[in-house]
Design a protein around this ligand. Structure first.
Ligand code: NDP
Length: 263
């Protein structure tokens, strides 16, 4: 069915992608993805979290690069800028952040294989939808796009989200020693930065990044990854907030789950 770009394969795959989002929303009613603080009890093969993250995220940069460089517009200015943003984003998400993670002895095998496999569907689809749209289908990504308010607003939102995400990941990382001692508690209450307002500022930053991406690419590929991220991270943020409140009696009472002062 050609309803968006005119390319039957792309448009049909995108519809399937939105159906996948619906599946994530339904699945989230049954619990959180089995990694990290919610990874312990789920059955199945479990990876060390750094390996789990790298494996899960790998299709996003790989598929993007393969599809992008086959695209007819891959040598154009705006697509090249988006390529640069993609490389920065996935260098952090797929390699830098996982490699910097400080893994507690209690979480050495906490990343369930089911998360990697379902993650592959999302990361591969995301790489394909974005690269094919940017390098083949988008007609608006000419140099004039760089002065379009949608590009400027989108980039600003993306940058704020990315910085909030990277900073928040650094705050939780620094709660543990470089080589965590088995005697130190696995989890502590994080303070500072976005944690002054919400329990999951890294998730808020991630969602803002993809909101910005959807706006500055002005694409349904961007809407797809924004919805995937929200479907995963909104319920996880709410569950994380409840988890903190249950674990720590002195947990800051005015801290919200995900959106400052609201949710
Ligand atoms: P978390 O903040 O839950 O965990 C990140 C790391 O910090 C883990 O090593 C975790 O250890 C540790 N940690 C977490 N809380 C504490 C604490 N209170 N005290 C000490 N250590 C702590 O984030 P996620 O692992 O869920 O996500 C990592 C990044 O990936 C985030 O930036 C997130 O936004 C992004 N992400 C993006 C998704 C998307 O759909 N685009 C989906 C999921 C995540 P442990 O493993 O032991 O819990």
């Amino acid at each position: 069915m050609a309803w968006y770009t005119g390319d039957v394969f792309y448009d049909t795959a995108l519809l399937a992608g939105f159906a996948y989002v619906l599946m994530i929303v339904l699945a989230s009613k049954f619990g959180q993805a089995a990694y990290g603080r919610f990874g312990g009890r789920a059955p199945g093969v479990k990876f060390e979290p750094r390996l789990g993250w790298i494996l899960m995220e790998l299709p996003a940069p790989l598929v993007f690069l393969i599809v992008f460089f086959q695209g007819q517009n891959s040598d154009q200015l705006v697509p090249m800028i988006f390529l640069g943003i993609w490389i920065i984003h996935y260098s952090n998400r797929g390699f830098i952040n996982p490699l910097l993670m400080r893994v507690h002895t209690g979480s050495k095998a906490s990343f369930n294989i089911s998360v990697v496999i379902f993650g592959w569907i999302a990361t591969a689809a995301h790489g394909f939808f974005s690269a094919d749209f940017i390098a083949n289908h988008a007609k608006h990504l000419t140099p004039e796009w760089l002065t379009d308010p949608r590009f400027i607003v989108g980039i600003i939102i993306y940058a704020i989200g990315f910085m909030l995400n990277v900073h928040s990941d650094a705050v939780v990382r620094n709660l543990r020693s470089k080589v965590p001692n088995p005697d130190e508690p696995r989890y502590k209450v994080p303070y500072g930065g976005g944690y002054r307002f919400v329990s999951s500022p890294s998730y808020l930053g991630e969602m803002l990044s993809w909101l910005g991406f959807a706006i500055f690419t002005w694409s349904l590929a961007g809407v797809f990854i924004l919805l995937v991220t929200m479907a995963n991270l909104v319920p996880r943020a709410l569950a994380t907030h409840r988890w903190y409140q249950k674990q720590f009696e002195d947990y800051p009472q005015n801290r919200k789950a995900l959106v400052p002062y609201l949710i």
